[in-house]
Design a binder for this molecule. Structure first.
Ligand code: HEM
Length: 168
């Protein structure tokens, strides 16, 4: 059983590195480089690479849900725990709730960005790269992507607190 638990934590952290790593590459490497080149070509490259990163991201979300749920189970958390005031008042219980709340927020924001705002921005940027509308959707997609990156750093920190306790 302990080996299964270790593998679950291993997969959980691996998924975190793949997901956060993909965002870093997109935000800090690809987008700044593409901004210097031809806009229409940049939109094609961005659409192709972002679509692949999106698929990897959603695979990571499935891994987080399964391994995270199992990790909680190993730590004695059950669905009924969320009905117990003592659990909800405990530092660990509260950290679990922060983490699950952040996860739901990230899922919602990612769904909006990955399946609506992002693809729409890419389509308009390819069709009319210099139009004001392209600029509006490009900024919208960029802001949502960066907000998700901030939430990603936050949920990783909450994950660390889940294991080692929070500082307050
Ligand atoms: C975006 C999603 C998530 C990210 C990036 C993430 C990240 C992490 C990281 C980096 C750790 C390791 C902390 C450490 O050992 O220092 C961790 C631990 C943990 N996470 Fe997540 N997590 C996510 C979602 C979830 C979800 C949805 C759950 C519950 C359903 C969950 C439950 C846990 C548990 C229980 C641990 C402690 C593992 C242990 O027992 O050592 N996580 N998480």
């Amino acid at each position: 059983m302990h080996l299964v638990y270790l593998l679950s934590v291993f997969l959980h952290i691996l998924a975190a590195t793949a997901w956060v790593g993909g965002m870093v590459v997109l935000i800090a490497v690809l987008v700044p480089w593409l901004r210097r080149g031809d806009r229409a070509k940049a939109a094609v490259v961005l659409r192709e690479t972002a679509t692949r990163l999106r698929d990897i991201g959603w695979i990571c979300f499935a891994v987080f849900a399964v391994t995270g749920g199992f990790n909680l189970w190993v730590r004695g958390v059950r669905l009924s725990s969320f009905l117990q005031p003592a659990f909800l008042a405990s530092p660990f219980g509260q950290t679990v709730c922060y983490k699950l709340g952040l996860f739901v927020l990230i899922l919602g924001l990612s769904a909006l960005h990955d399946f609506w705002v992002g693809p729409r921005a890419a389509r308009i940027l390819e069709a009319q790269p210099q139009s004001p509308e392209a600029e509006i959707w490009r900024r919208r997609a960029g802001r949502m992507g960066r907000l998700n990156a901030v939430l990603a750093l936050l949920i990783v920190f909450v994950g660390v607190m889940l294991v080692r306790g929070r500082p307050w």
